[in-house]
Design a protein around this ligand. Structure first.
Ligand code: GLN
Length: 555
């Protein structure tokens, strides 16, 4: 019998519900069960691909090419699984398929309504996941905050599912914020009480309340929450502020969350196996060295757009025994005052992440040029890779080289639209997406990092290296050490004469895991620390299975 745990949020958004949902998954997974997670986003967009990451956060790309909510990335990193794209359900998708069926005549004669047609569609989607994947437990995080109009059909579907599947198979966890009034230092529970009242009004009684708070909940507020929210005191947990999000599952389990869920859902009472997680956590918390990295982009201060880049750097740092200090640099500033680029000399490494559009791009090129000419380790990701190609082209004499994304009329478009993108007008889901196989040449930096000649990495782009210019690049010291699609597409570049001038057309950050860093990021951190990139054992990631964490990374 599949078990479902619904995670809802109260009081306000952005309190770390995704991390708590992923932590609950981990707590069950370490008890030997097969767990997966689903994110429900109650907006009308079909997927996250068309949303502005500067407002909504990173678009996380799945192995199968889904453009999903960034919480999906959190699930992958916590559970060490690949989450398929159908695990990010949006209102857009739900209505789209119901309306499609209505047009076909599937509901002939009926009035199509939110209850039961939309709620049935939601339940069908949720039930199809364990049916197809054979998991023991599905975590379902409902985005937004209780009280939002948009989330009502999902809460209603959760209510129905519990009725249909039985109370021993479905659990509701409500995550709220318990603020502290600075003057008196009191933990205030009223917002939590109101949020739970709202939930109960629509028929959902939480079984567990997780309170986000600065410090552990004191006895009195815990008692109050239990009394007013109609749960036992032992069902109230705290998720306090912590140094690393990876402490979260342990902190919750220490409070008895795992035992509570095990009993309620009648799961086997297996002993939790935390040892590899603890070992990973220790590496993330205790580092003897420090490394300073500049991330150069536009709106660079909004770290949420680059959560996976951020985490991939941290994962690499943890494995290399170094704390990674990040600074976000706005490249627009370099365009206005080019001499400002010299501030990069204060950094051990420079990273140019993915991005779109012309604004800030010339500034990124300046940053790339500065790091190459001063031999500061450089890692370019996707747009960062493309701009590194443009920079190198200009360096070797193609002075007007550009990407046609920057300058559609360029005479030397060294980065050009992929042929299959010509004439594509629709924006949704039309980029080159998801994992593709890349061939890595022996004897290159890329090979020494990956330790193998075939790798799978995830993509999200429309432009690529224009094959016309490749001979000119290669004869001038730029090496394309990884390629895909029968050598048609350039995927990795390196400049062998530099310490570490390395860039990838793909987004290696999406496959980084806390205990198994992404090889390009690991090489970058190693180089920034002053050592040559050392090979990381990447180990297999098996979809939806507990993966034995490979601890053999050399450091
Ligand atoms: N704008 C570039 C392209 O579409 C790069 C995309 C990215 O960095 N994700 O190809």
């Amino acid at each position: 019998m599949t078990k479902y745990v619904f995670v809802t949020g109260g009081v306000m958004s952005g309190i770390g519900k995704g991390v708590i949902a992923a932590s609950i998954g981990k707590i069950i997974q370490v008890r030997g069960l097969k767990v997966t997670a689903v994110k429900i986003d109650p907006y009308l967009n079909y997927d996250a691909g068309t949303m502005n990451p500067y407002i909504h956060g990173e678009v996380f790309v799945t192995e199968d090419g889904g453009e999903t909510d960034m919480d999906v990335g959190t699930y992958e990193r916590f559970l060490d699984i690949n989450v398929p794209k159908n695990h990010n359900i949006t209102t857009g998708q739900v209505y789209f398929s119901v309306i499609e069926r209505e047009r076909k005549g599937d509901f002939l004669g009926k009035c199509v309504q939110i209850i039961p047609h939309i709620t049935d569609e939601i339940k069908d989607r949720l039930r199809s996941i364990p049916r197809e994947e054979g998991v023991d437990l599905v975590l379902v995080e409902i985005g937004g905050t209780v009280g939002d109009i948009e989330s009502l059909p999902y809460l209603e579907a959760a209510r129905q599912l519990r009725l249909e599947e039985g109370g021993e198979n479905v659990l509701n966890v409500h995550v709220t914020l318990v603020p502290v009034l600075d003057v008196v230092g009191e933990q205030k529970t009223k917002p939590t009480q109101h949020s739970v009242q709202e939930l109960r009004r629509i028929g959902v009684q939480p079984d567990i309340i997780v309170a986000r708070s600065k410090a552990p909940l004191k006895q009195e507020p815990r008692r109050k929450i239990a009394l007013f929210c109609n749960v036992e005191e032992s069902a109230v947990f705290t998720s306090q502020d912590m140094d690393s999000i990876y402490q979260s599952p342990l902190l919750l389990d220490q409070q008895g969350l795992g035992t509570f869920i095990t009993h309620r859902l009648r799961l086997p009472e297996n002993l939790p196996q935390w040892s590899s997680w603890r070992k990973m956590l220790e590496e993330h918390l205790t580092q003897t060295r420090q490394v300073k990295i500049a991330i150069c982009g536009k709106y660079a201060e909004l770290a949420d757009c680059y959560v996976s880049v951020n985490d991939a750097l941290k994962d690499a740092g943890a494995s290399a025994g170094a704390k990674v200090n990040l600074e976000w640099i706005e490249t627009d500033d370099f365009e206005k005052q080019p001499e400002k680029v010299r501030l990069l000399s204060r950094f051990d490494g420079v990273l140019v992440p993915g991005g779109f559009g012309a604004r800030g791009a010339e500034g990124k090129i300046l940053a790339i040029e500065y790091s190459r000419s001063h031999d500061i380790p450089f890692l370019g990701i996707c747009y960062g890779f493309q701009l590194a190609v443009v920079e190198y082209a200009r360096h070797v004499g193609i002075v007007d080289a550009a990407s046609s994304e920057l300058n559609p009329g360029s005479k030397n478009p060294v980065i050009d639209l992929m042929p299959e993108q010509n004439g594509v007008l629709e924006k949704g889901g039309t980029m080159r997406l998801g994992a593709h196989e890349i061939t890595v040449d022996a004897g290159t930096m890329a090979f020494s990092l990956y330790g193998k000649g075939k790798v799978w990495e995830r993509h999200r782009h429309r432009y690529e290296v224009n094959p016309k210019y490749i001979p000119e690049f290669t004869s001038n010291g730029l090496k394309f050490s990884g390629r895909s699609d029968a050598n048609r597409r350039m995927e990795i570049l390196e400049v062998p004469s530099s310490r570490f001038h390395f860039a990838t057309q793909f987004h290696a950050e999406f496959k980084s895991r806390p205990a198994r860093p992404s090889p390009p990021y690991f090489g970058f951190i190693q180089a920034s620390l002053g050592s040559k990139g050392i090979r990381v054992e990447t180990g297999p990631v098996v979809a939806n299975q507990t993966v034995q964490v490979n601890r053999s990374a050399k450091r």
